[in-house]
Design a protein around this ligand. Sequence first.
Ligand SMILES: Cc1cc2nc3c(=O)[nH]c(=O)nc-3n(C[C@H](O)[C@H](O)[C@H](O)COP(=O)(O)O)c2cc1C
Length: 170
Amino acid sequence: MDVLKLMKARYSCRKFSDELIKDEDVSKILETGRLAPSAQNKQPWRFLVVKSAEGLNKVDAATRCRFHAPVAILVCFDKEVSAKNEKVNPDYGWVDCGIAISQMALEAEELGLGSCIVGAYDPDVARKEFNLPKNIVPYLFLMVGQTDMPPSEMHRERADLKDIVFNETF
Ligand SMILES: Cc1cc2nc3c(=O)[nH]c(=O)nc-3n(C[C@H](O)[C@H](O)[C@H](O)COP(=O)(O)O)c2cc1C
């Protein structure tokens, strides 16, 4: 699938089926996170993969947005590793994780799976439940599984280019 088609096809899945997903597919998704670009090539992301019943209960303690997904990946970064630039971005770890998770969501789509990026969770609960060390900053979950719903209305809602693109000057 070409990238534009893949991007149009991906949507946030908020209802997953009971079907489990192959470890091989999880590995492929993680590989696309690993290949993501990062500021100064610091690769500060750390991917916590959760698929056991016990682990998924911990995810549910942190968020209402697992949507029954059989796999949850908590995308974190190591703040002692991420690039910093006081003027432009005090910590590039956030954007590095954003790029990685985007690539992973697209790979899930390529594999015929559904995914949802989830920012609505309690990071303190996640920190405690998953024993995150102090230097590890949790950012977003990527829920992955077999989708059991069509795209929502929000998937179709996008601003026109004329409203978001500026030529030469603002
Ligand atoms: C940083 C980020 C955080 C998000 N957090 C949530 C969330 O907590 N719960 C949820 O259901 N969707 C979440 N979403 C999904 C967005 O709501 C969704 O991408 C947007 O509505 C566009 O719909 P689409 O992904 O189907 O195209 C998040 C997306 C991003 C990029």
